[in-house]
Design a protein around this ligand. Structure first.
Ligand SMILES: [Fe+2]
Length: 459
């Protein structure tokens, strides 16, 4: 390992990133405020937490750990944390087209429910199924049908319940598109032609289309074997539009639109407008921001190593692309100038018209921002003391005619001083008012990635 590789490791293994050493359970958690009575389920969150003695070379590759809080009847019944046990992957390897064992991955990025299964996801391999108590069942390959890696950002169509996803690979085919039905049966797997292997962290769907993000963070194992992706502007940058029925009667033909080089980790939402155009809202990184951040968390960077805390003011901003398949034109606009990440919406609007988008802010003391993307208005809750703020997951309200923003935002926040974390519950209709309830967790929860609310009725 070179000196430049070693330098950032201490940064992303300390402070709010520092792993916890064990698995614990706690019951009847202290609550400040009032948990909404209609919340009945589990908030689950995934993130990297290297095993004791492990020294991950990049924040993204630490062993996955799930944190869960069970909420019911206005009470926080329990908290527990469990590593995803990938030692459960015994027996025959499950190989992709290049002969790689897809079970070998950290399962550290997201956790979702689909077709009755809880799945811990990481884009480097197969999902791992876990129980509602966070015990590992084992690798999940859709009944033997999935033979590529699976993105950690699949999209559930809110109307059909189908799960749209993809896998990317260092070897051809570099990109494979998949659809599973609402029950979890894999309906199709079809290769999609892209110029080369890139780190494709997220994508979008609309009612009729899939939107690909083929961006200049390319596979380059000779530069850094442990996290082999580097910015290479020579690759170009393009957004692709493909029929959602590819593999089910339509060809996997992509209409590409060249864009200014950038990187996107996370899509907010996409939809079709009345003129047949596609609107994509996502958090955009310029090259300088991406390279600084990538270096800080352990990747190879042309800009040296930043510090995630010091760099919190760097721009990763909400951006909109307007894509017109009829004319072949694309335009883009910055929607806000605040540094944000982890965009979220009411998932009942995925791929359809949506007005509200939520994101977490690393600026100031940290906060949660609500965007009204129709009017451009924003509201924000900022913390009084410095906090690391986790993704704010939207839980829809239970009223039959609930408005799009009628519901709750759940986020694990951690004081920068290393104190115990809290699960915050905010009224999505009144973000600026701050949390309606603070569930005091028994420990600090390391900064992590994504989570889901799993309603009691879904498990
Ligand atoms: Fe992500």
């Amino acid at each position: 390992m070179t000196a430049t590789e070693a330098a950032p490791t201490a940064m992303f293994t300390g402070g709010v990133f520092a792993p916890v050493p064990d698995e614990i359970d706690a019951h009847d958690l202290e609550v400040i405020g009032n948990i909404p009575a209609e919340l009945d389920g589990r908030y689950l969150r995934n993130g990297p937490n290297p095993l004791p003695g492990d020294r991950a070379a990049h924040w993204f590759i630490g062993h996955g750990m799930l944190h869960g809080v069970r909420i019911s009847s206005g009470r926080a019944l329990w908290y527990r944390n469990r590593w995803v046990d990938n030692s459960a992957a015994t027996g025959q390897p499950i190989l992709d087209a290049s002969g790689r064992d897809l079970r070998r991955n950290s399962a550290n990025t997201h956790v979702i429910e689909h077709g009755g299964a809880l799945l811990a996801l990481c884009e480097g391999g197969l999902p791992y199924e876990v129980t509602g108590e966070l015990d590992t069942v084992g690798p999940y390959d859709f009944g033997g049908r999935l033979r590529t890696a699976m993105t950690a950002h699949p999209k559930t169509d809110p109307v059909t319940g189908e799960l749209y996803f993809y896998g990317y690979s260092a070897t051809a085919p570099y990109l494979t598109f998949h659809v599973a039905d609402a029950a979890g049966r894999l309906l199709c797997s079809v290769p999609v032609d892209v110029p080369g292997p890139t780190m494709m962290h997220d994508f979008a769907i609309t009612e009729h289309y899939v939107i690909w993000l083929d961006l200049p963070v390319v596979f380059r194992p000779q530069d850094r074997p442990t996290m082999p992706f580097v910015w290479d502007e020579n690759y170009g940058a393009r957004i692709g539009v493909m029929s959602r029925m590819a593999g089910r009667g339509a060809p996997a033909t992509v209409q590409w639109f060249d864009i200014d080089p950038c990187y996107v980790f996370h899509v907010g939402n996409a939809r079709e407008d009345d003129h047949g155009r596609l609107i994509l809202d996502a958090v955009r990184y310029a090259e300088s921001t991406f390279s600084m951040m990538w270096g800080a968390i352990g990747g190879s960077s042309s800009r040296g190593h930043g510090n995630l805390v010091a760099d919190a003011g760097l721009s990763s901003v909400l951006h909109r692309w307007l894509i017109d398949p009829a004319t072949g034109r694309i335009s883009e606009a910055q929607l806000d100038d605040r540094d944000v990440e982890f965009p979220s919406i009411n998932d009942d609007h995925v791929g359809r018209a949506s007005r509200y988008l939520y994101a977490v802010s690393g600026s100031g003391n940290g906060g949660v921002i609500k965007y009204d993307t129709d009017s451009g208005a924003t509201t924000e809750h900022q913390f009084e003391e410095p906090h690391h703020v986790g993704e704010a997951v939207f839980v829809p309200g239970r009223r039959a005619d609930a408005a799009e923003d009628e519901g709750w935002l759940l986020s694990i926040v951690s004081p920068a001083d290393g104190g115990r974390s809290e699960l915050l519950i905010m009224d999505a209709g009144a973000v600026a008012a701050g949390p309606v309830a603070r569930v005091i967790l028994p420990r600090r929860v390391p900064a992590g990635f994504h989570g889901s609310w799993i309603s009691a009725g879904d498990r």
